[in-house]
Structures are given as C-alpha cells and as structure tokens.
Design a protein around this ligand. Sequence first.
Ligand SMILES: *Cc1c(COP(=O)(O)O)cnc(C)c1O
Length: 375
Amino acid sequence: MDHAPAPITRFDSECGRLVIDIDAVRQNWRTIAARIAPAYASAVVKADAYGLGAAKIAPALYDEGCRDFFTAHVSEALAIRPLLPADARLIPLNGLVTGTEEAVFAAGLTPVLNTLAQVRRWSALLRDKGARREALFQFDSGMSRLGMSLAEAKALASDTELLEPIILTHVMSHLASADEPSSPQNESQRAAFEAITALFPQAKPCLSNSAGAFLNGAYHGALARPGIALYGGMPAPGMADVLRPVIRLDVPVLQTHIVEAGAKVGYSGTHVTTGPTRLATLAIGYADGLPRSLSGKGAAFFNGVRLPFAGRVSMDSVTVDCSALPEGTLSEGDHVEIIGPHQDIEALGTLAGTISYEILTRLGARYARIYTGKA
Ligand SMILES: *Cc1c(COP(=O)(O)O)cnc(C)c1O
C-alpha cells in the first residue's frame, strides 16, 4: 500500500478569493518613507508579512528602496534571506534566542539583542569567530515586554570589552500606545528612550511602529519599523487619509434557500427568522480566519448591499440573510465581499472585538491567493 500523501488538488471555485495588491503595499511604504524622511523606513514582515506573503512582499519593497526587514523569528528571516540581495538586513525582533546563534551568524542576520545574556552570547560567539558583526540593542522604555532596563543600559554602555566585537547600529524600543496620539504614555516612553539613546552615541535611534510614524517627528528616530500600515491597516487617526487598502476577500455562495418564519439558522438555533427569509450560505468559516465572535453580528456585501450573518459562524461556512436583495439576484457560485470597499479590515476587526492585525494574521490557508501589481 502506498502511504505517500495524495497530491493536493485545488478547485478555486470552492475557495474564497484573496486578492493582495502588491502595488498598494509598495505605495504605502513610499508614503511612510516620504512622511518620516530624513528618517528611513524599514519593513516589518514578521508572521509572513502579517499573513500576506513575505516571499512576495519583501522583494517588492526591496525594489522600492527598503533595506531593513524585521521578522519576529529567526526562521522567518532565514526563509526570505535567499530572496533578497546581500545588502538587505534581516533583523529578528524576538531576540537572539538560545539555540539560534550559529544560524544567525551563518546567515548573516542582524540580531536584536533583548537581554544582557544575549549581548554576552553574541559578543562571545563573535570573539570565537574572530568577527565583528552588526546588532541592535532593544531597551524597555515603558511597555515591559522585551528589552533591557535603563540600569542594564548604563552597565552595558561602559563595558567596552563586551561591546568590542559588536557593531551597534541602532538602539531600539517599542511604543505601546502610538495608536492613541493623546496618550501620555507616548511622551513618557519617548523621554525614557532619549535617556537611553544618550548612553550610546555611536548608535542611531529606532522607535516607531506604523502609528508612531504618524506621531510628530520626535518619534521617528533614524529608522522606523512600520508593519500594519504597509498592509492597509489604519489603526491611528490620519492613516486612512493617506494609506491604501491592500486586500480584498470574496467568497462563493454554496447554496441559497428560502425558509419560512420561525426557521432556526445555524448551530444552537440562535437565529430564528421572523418572516419568510432568503438565505445564502457562504464558503467561509472560522477555520478560514473569520472570527466566530462575528456570529449574529457580522455581514457580507453584494453590490454594496449589506447581508447580515444569520446565526453562528461555523467552521467552514456562515449563513447570511440576503432578503435585502431582489429575489434571484444571488445564486450558487456567486461571490460576495467579506473584505473590500464596503468593509475594511479595521471595521471587521472592530466588529469582531479584535484588531486588524489579528484579522490579517489569521487569514486562512484555503483561499485562492491572487497577487496583483508589480511583484
Ligand atoms: C510588530 C512590531 C512592529 C510593527 O508594528 P505595526 O504596528 O504593525 O506597525 C514594530 N516594532 C516591533 C518591535 C514590533 O513587534
């Protein structure tokens, strides 16, 4: 008996269509780069470029002039290393995790050193190899997530022997509340960061995420780290005026039906029709990343008409009430909009009780992914 897995057969007709506009990603990067100049814009391509495909997006942004690419994991950086020319810097944000040091060195990655132990391990490894290599130091300016403390910064700054093999290019920190421009946490983090950067005059400051790039120039440093803004997320005021949406998601109708008043729809019969109702069941469910929290709350759109979810989101499908459409308008095989001009990722995230970031990074593996624009 043959135990090799059967080759994967795809039928695009049974899948949602996820269209990813590379030109929009390029344009969003240019918009941010122009906004923060003379500071440089990197690109955060962690989690497979927020689920949209780092292998497609990183080379396109290199082509636009981007040279610094942040991932979370070392493995994510290794995956795109062969796709980018040698002068691209690949920077894993989660730090020099134990066990990854040799791979980071061998692939020429630029580690973010988040702890004193990581600085010691990188310094010792470089001494061992007789090499000097670049790194970034991350400090905690008030988020208590990753990075060294002010006290550690002071100890580190005076330890010339430890620092000797390390070419410290940037000192970085991360803003916790940049999407709320009026939050006092921004100014307090900026001030804390300034005190730390003063200890390392040889290095450049690297502070802003996407929303930070929309704060004033005091937050831009020398290198910004935009992620969500490249992918059409607009979590902070002002972003929607200048950024472009990147994705569109349309899903096929599996079946339409007409039910009488009193019909229960979906698991647990949470939705009960109040009159004769036209329903359509769509090929998207929580296994595709459609949050189950949208049960009874979400909607699809067809020709701009809102089709509210009737009942719960299932694993592979959701049923919508399409009574607002003229009879016969929507048929089996037609596509309806889940993400697009009538419902962007911010709106969908808010409705689901989450954020655009989670909507993007949970986009499922079953969609037919279609890339448009200059690859
Ligand atoms: C994810 C991340 C970013 C990018 O944040 P966005 O809000 O998506 O722009 C920047 N810096 C760090 C440290 C991150 O973890």
